[in-house]
Design a protein around this ligand. Structure first.
Ligand code: PLP
Length: 419
């Protein structure tokens, strides 16, 4: 009997039973939101109600979870990066080293403080910053390294930390995609001078939109707090009911980057489930690595040995050159998506040619930035396939279907190439 046709070409799909939706809620989610609704305090700047705000509660719990002293919530991960660079007092004339493969906000945040993003290449093992490329990009104007943990691997925190120390640079750790990951038992977010998290809809801990900045440094923590709340900070004297529990400290030009109480309540709720979900995703991903890594036309990532627990924002797998020599990775993604009934896609376009990275289009931003060649980022972006983390919350039968879909599509490349 002939093998079934690819679903993309009209054949039967491998899996049609659907996937876990994302974001997920729990039994207490609605109750927490109603609590905020009825409390009369919807914002950090709302009246004190006689008990700790949801924002403070989340900050206390998240700092404890990551293992650092201070946490402040912000409205987006992009704002977390902006606040981090401003807290470090970066500005015109300063260079920030940014991986060439990451979300555009990483480079845009550098531009927003007037500094220059210097794009550098990535490691093919992890898709994160290549320490040798970082070292080669350091100039007398370098001030900071933006160390992004991408998709499911942590960047080499030891090598980059050592480089930064040797050259007197600050490390900002972008953990938008790494909630719960560890390196030698220490959580991502505890390695940089400041860590920036995103809690946007697709992230493993989410309030729809949201973010957080964390640090161990009390001076930076105070700057981050005032920067993000128009120069105010949470009162250190006993608050009075009916008035905001914020002191108008000033002394630093801030902005309003505050997260609402509804969002903070959602983050507290999601944090209750994060560990169990991370365990499930890690187990499922390890199974996929075994099944897909055994297929001759696929290559798994090779995380650093120190990265002893991975957090999966996306599960990533690479197509061998024998595949991309015949069909584009985008075509393979479409075929897999049709087999599985979900969106399967590739990584970001490297920032040196990303259509969303367009500094010269606003007078307020520096123009004429160089667009360096990023051969590894280009090669890996052209052959990597990503699956969203929600898929990893499905059962073992669904993981078997993913493996079957890959085997089916890779076994019919001729049909895919010819169609
Ligand atoms: C690595 C990285 N940094 C920063 C951000 C920005 O976060 P947000 O979308 O919450 O502004 C994202 C969002 O996708 C991201 O993936």
């Amino acid at each position: 009997m002939a093998a079934p046709a690819l679903a993309l070409l009209g054949g039967p799909p491998v899996w049609s039973r659907g996937w876990p939706s994302w974001p997920l809620t729990g039994p207490a989610t609605g109750r927490h939101l109603l609590d905020v609704l009825d409390s009369g305090r919807w914002a950090v700047s709302g009246p004190w109600t006689g008990r700790e705000s949801w924002n403070r509660r989340f900050c206390r719990r998240f700092a404890d979870y990551i293992g650092v002293r201070f946490c402040h919530t912000v409205d987006h991960g992009s704002s977390a990066l902006l606040a981090a660079f401003l807290a470090l007092d970066l500005g015109p004339g300063d260079e920030v080293i940014v991986p060439g493969l990451t979300w555009v906000a990483c480079a845009s945040a550098v531009l927003r403080v007037g500094a220059t993003p210097v794009l550098v290449d990535i490691s093919p093992d992890t898709l994160c910053l290549d320490p040798a490329a970082v070292e080669a990009a350091i100039t007398p104007r370098s001030r900071c390294i933006l160390m992004v943990h991408l998709y499911s691997c942590m960047a080499d925190v030891e090598a980059i930390g050592a480089l930064a120390a040797r050259h007197g640079l600050a490390v900002v750790e972008d953990c938008a995609q790494a909630h719960g990951a560890t390196w030698a038992g220490r959580r991502a977010g505890s390695f940089g001078r400041i860590a920036a998290f995103s809690m946007q809809q697709g992230k493993v801990l989410t309030a729809g939109e949201g973010g957080a900045v964390l640090t161990d440094d009390p001076v930076l923590a105070d700057r981050l707090e005032r920067l993000g709340s128009d120069g105010r900070r949470v009162s250190r004297t006993p608050p009075r009911p009916g008035r905001p529990d914020l002191d108008e400290v000033g002394g630093l030009q801030g902005m309003n980057l505050c997260l609402s109480e509804f969002q903070a309540a959602l983050l507290c709720d999601g944090l209750d489930r994060l560990e169990a979900q991370t365990e499930t995703r890690t187990t499922r991903a390890a199974g996929l690595d075994r099944a897909l890594g055994a297929l001759p036309l696929l290559e798994t990532l090779r995380p650093h040995a120190g990265n002893d627990r991975r957090a999966y924002y996306h599960y990533a797998i690479r197509l061998a050159p024998a595949v991309t020599g015949q069909v584009t990775a985008a075509r393979v993604c479409d075929a897999l998506g049709a087999e599985l009934g979900t969106w399967v896609h590739g990584p970001y376009t490297p920032l040196s040619r990303h259509p969303l990275f367009a500094p010269g289009t606003l007078r307020a931003l520096p123009a004429g930035l160089p667009a360096p060649a990023l051969p590894v980022a280009e090669a890996e972006a052209g052959r990597t396939v990503l699956l969203h983390h929600a898929l990893l919350l499905a059962g073992e039968d669904a993981m078997a279907a993913i493996a079957e879909a890959f085997a089916k599509v890779l076994g019919r490349l001729d049909a895919l190439a010819g169609a």
